[in-house]
Each structure stands twice: as structure tokens, then as C-alpha cells.
Design a protein around this ligand. Structure first.
Ligand SMILES: Cc1cc2nc3c(=O)[nH]c(=O)nc-3n(C[C@H](O)[C@H](O)[C@H](O)COP(=O)(O)OP(=O)(O)OC[C@H]3O[C@@H](n4cnc5c(N)ncnc54)[C@H](O)[C@@H]3O)c2cc1C
Length: 391
């Protein structure tokens, strides 16, 4: 019988890779997680991570099942009860209400690093999961029975299945020679956190503007997080502002709805792009999370899509005889099961981005009519809310 270093090797211990490792902890499978960066868990209690996520109901349920949600500090979680969306014509808006849809909340807002810490602490307590960090592979080969990863120090590691959870610029994907169709948006996401003068009451705001999309997301306490998807020119302008100027500019862009702002986490900018992959599996190898797909952040669904991958893949691996977990047919079934959710989310975000990032006056009229009309259709809003919550 062949000896394997682990049944599953996961490359990348970001949110998605570490969630998959944790989701496999109660199965018969042994897991080895390889992460390139040494994680650091010490930060001042009064500081706030710039990376804030809107976690959907489906993602929360998955995180509860694997025991990560329970480890989060409840004082740093914020439920979103309402979302107000504004078009780029005067007075046009669309409102999604948790109460109206018969649910407790639309999403939970939380910090990337807090969730990452909760996941990693869970991993460290499991005897079945081994972690190598900092470590990076330099070579990947596959054969009939498994895959071999060679680390930078020359050590070969053998597994029945290799999972690429190594982010948007995936090394594993490049080893498989899978070329993503990249659609750069020529846009950046500028993020920053603020203390606010008026309470947010759990309401998220989003403005579709001629030069981008501005989102204000409620953070625990009297705080909010901004994601401004904008042109390179606007990014340069925002990033050059002093903290006081940035506060004034952001407050003015949102009509001072939350009163005066005070910057609590410096602004950071991320390039935005859509990565669409023709295939996400090969014999003995599968890609998940941002390695398999990226979307525009206007719907706040990137990591939720990745957690959807985790739930689906973990469930399939748990039901499969261990010597079959790398089989191409099994992985193809997984790929097909995820395709609709991924394509739909990519299509919706891409369509909205293109619809609003356009100066054609006819399109402007149509998009604002559409927004206003959707607001008059409670059943449609309920469907949209449920779709986003269970994404
Ligand atoms: C501005 C902005 C706002 C966003 N807001 C939201 C939101 O509100 N809600 C939401 O759901 N999503 C949001 N997203 C998307 C979200 O950030 C990503 O979808 C998510 O972080 C992807 O997680 P991942 O684990 O797949 O990849 P990553 O977070 O990129 O993790 C990959 C990991 O792999 C490691 N790694 C990489 N290469 C190697 C290698 N060769 N060897 C070993 N390790 C390696 C890295 O160190 C990293 O730890 C947003 C994105 C942006 C840019």
C-alpha cells in the first residue's frame, strides 16, 4: 500500500483554505495545510482591520458547523438589518429590509483577521490537521494514484488530493496551466474604517455614482466601514487626502447621513477584476475560493462564494471512499454543483458594474427605472434577499 503524507494537501491558509481544513476535521481524512505567510495574531484591541466582510446566512451556518463562528468575539460582530441602495438619478432608491423578508438580519459584518484567527485556532486544536508555515511549494506533479508537491526546501509531499486555495494569483492554478479569462474593471476598491457621529442602526448604504460605487457598511459600535469602488484617478485622489480631508470627502459623498466621520483605519486600495475559469478541477487537483473565481465586491460576495465551495467540497469528500477522493469524475461533479452559483454571482456583479459604469443617458434612465421598480415589488425583493443570504 502506498504511503501518503496526508490524504488532502491544501495550499493556502486564507479564509477559504483554512475553512476547508476545519470542515474536514471530523472526517476520516488526514489534512496538511501549507501556508506561505507566518500568521501574526497580535494587534491592538482598539484597532480595526480594513478588510470587512458581509457574511451571508449560508456562510455563517457553515462557520457554525465547523466551530469557527462560536470563537468570534461577539462585541466585534454587527448584524445588518437593512440595506439602502441609491441610483444616480435624484430620489431613486431601493431598500432591502430583514423584517420585510421575515429574517433576523441580512448579513453579519466582521473583520477578516478576526475570522482568520478563529479558523486557525480551531485548526491548531485538531490532531488530524497538520500545518506547515511559512512554506511554499515549487513543483506539482500528478499520477494515477495521487499528487506530489515539492516544497522550496526540496521536500516532496504526497497526497491523494491537492486543493489550491491560494488566492486570485493562484500558484496551483498556474501549475495546471489553467488560464483565467481576466476582465480587469480598471477600478480599485478603496477601503477604510471610520467612527461615526450618528448611530448606523444596522443599516448599510450603497450609492451607484457616475464614477463608481460607494458602500458604507455598519461596524460594531459607533463605526462603519467604507468600500469605494472607483477609477484609478479617483483612487489616487482619495489616497492622497489627509485623514481629515478623507473624512470630509467620504461624509459628503454619502450626504452626511452618519454625521461627522473620524478615520480609525487608514485607507487601503485593491485592484478589482473578474477572474473566470474555464475549468477548476483536474485529476487529483481542485481549485477553490479566489483561486477558482473572483467577483466585483459591489455585492460583497467573494468570500461567501469561497465558503460555498468549502461546504460543497467537504460534503462530497466526506461521503467518498478515501482512495477515490482525487478521482476526476468526483471532482467534476463537485465543479458542476458549484458552477451555477459562481456564474450567477459573477454575471450579476459584472452586469451591475457595467450597467452603472456607463454614461449613456438611455442606460442611465433605464437603470434608475429598474431600481425604482424593483423597490415597488416586495416579492422580488424577498427573492433577491433570500438568494443573497443563501449564496
Ligand atoms: C475591496 C474588497 C472588498 C471585499 N469585500 C468582500 C465582502 O464584503 N464580502 C465577501 O464575501 N468578500 C469580499 N471580498 C473578497 C474576499 O476578500 C475574497 O474573496 C477572499 O479573501 C478570498 O479568500 P481565499 O482564501 O480564497 O484567498 P486569499 O484570502 O487570497 O488567501 C490565499 C492564501 O494563500 C496563501 N498563498 C498564496 N500563494 C501561496 C503559495 N504559493 N504557497 C502557500 N500559500 C500561498 C496566501 O498567503 C493566503 O493566505 C472583497 C475583496 C476586495 C478586494
Amino acid at each position: 500500500m502506498e504511503n501518503f503524507d496526508a490524504d488532502v494537501i491544501i495550499v493556502g491558509g486564507g479564509l477559504v483554505g483554512s475553512a476547508l481544513a476545519l470542515a474536514l476535521k471530523d472526517t476520516a481524512l488526514t489534512v496538511l495545510l501549507i501556508e506561505g505567510r507566518q500568521p501574526a495574531w497580535d494587534w491592538p484591541q482598539d484597532s480595526w482591520d480594513q478588510r470587512i466582510y458581509a457574511i451571508s446566512r449560508a456562510s455563517r451556518q457553515m462557520l457554525q458547523r465547523i466551530g469557527a463562528w462560536q470563537r468570534l468575539d461577539a462585541d466585534r460582530l454587527q448584524a445588518t438589518s437593512c440595506m439602502k441602495i441609491f441610483g444616480d438619478a435624484h430620489g431613486v432608491s431601493l431598500q432591502f429590509d430583514a423584517l420585510e423578508a421575515g429574517v433576523d438580519e441580512l448579513a453579519f459584518m466582521l473583520e477578516n483577521r478576526e475570522l482568520q484567527k478563529a479558523l486557525w485556532h480551531g485548526l491548531q486544536e485538531s490532531a488530524q490537521i497538520h500545518i506547515r508555515t511559512p512554506a511554499s511549494p515549487v513543483k506539482l506533479t500528478t499520477d494515477q494514484t495521487g499528487a506530489t508537491l515539492t516544497l522550496a526546501d526540496g521536500q516532496p509531499l504526497r497526497a491523494r488530493l491537492v486543493v489550491g486555495a491560494d488566492g486570485a494569483n493562484s500558484w496551483v492554478r498556474s501549475q495546471l496551466a489553467i488560464e483565467p479569462q481576466v476582465m480587469p474593471y480598471q477600478q480599485f476598491g478603496v477601503v477604510a474604517n471610520f467612527e461615526i457621529e450618528k448611530p448606523h442602526l444596522g443599516v448599510a448604504h450603497q450609492w451607484f455614482m457616475p464614477d463608481g460605487v460607494l458602500a458604507w457598511l455598519p461596524l460594531a459600535g459607533q463605526r462603519m466601514s467604507m468600500v469605494w469602488s472607483c477609477s484609478d484617478e479617483k483612487r489616487a485622489e482619495l489616497m492622497a487626502l489627509s485623514p481629515a480631508e478623507l473624512c470630509e470627502c467620504v461624509a459628503a459623498a454619502g450626504g452626511a447621513r452618519l454625521g461627522a466621520l473620524q478615520l480609525i483605519s487608514a485607507a487601503a486600495a485593491f485592484p478589482l477584476r473578474l477572474n473566470h475559469l474555464p475549468e477548476t478541477v483536474r485529476d487529483k487537483v481542485v481549485l477553490i475560493g479566489d483561486a477558482a473565481h473572483t467577483v466585483h465586491p459591489l455585492a460583497g460576495q467573494g468570500v461567501n462564494l469561497g465558503f460555498g465551495d468549502v461546504a460543497e467540497l467537504a460534503a462530497r469528500l466526506a461521503q467518498t471512499p478515501v482512495n477515490r477522493i482525487g478521482d476526476y469524475l468526483l471532482l467534476r461533479r463537485y465543479e458542476r454543483a458549484r458552477r451555477e452559483a459562481v456564474y450567477t454571482m459573477q454575471g450579476v456583479c459584472h452586469g451591475l458594474q457595467k450597467l452603472f459604469n456607463n454614461t449613456n443617458p438611455l442606460l442611465k434612465t433605464l437603470r434608475n427605472l429598474g431600481l425604482g421598480a424593483t423597490n415597488q415589488l416586495p416579492w422580488l425583493k424577498r427573492q433577491l434577499i433570500r438568494h443573497a443570504m443563501d449564496a
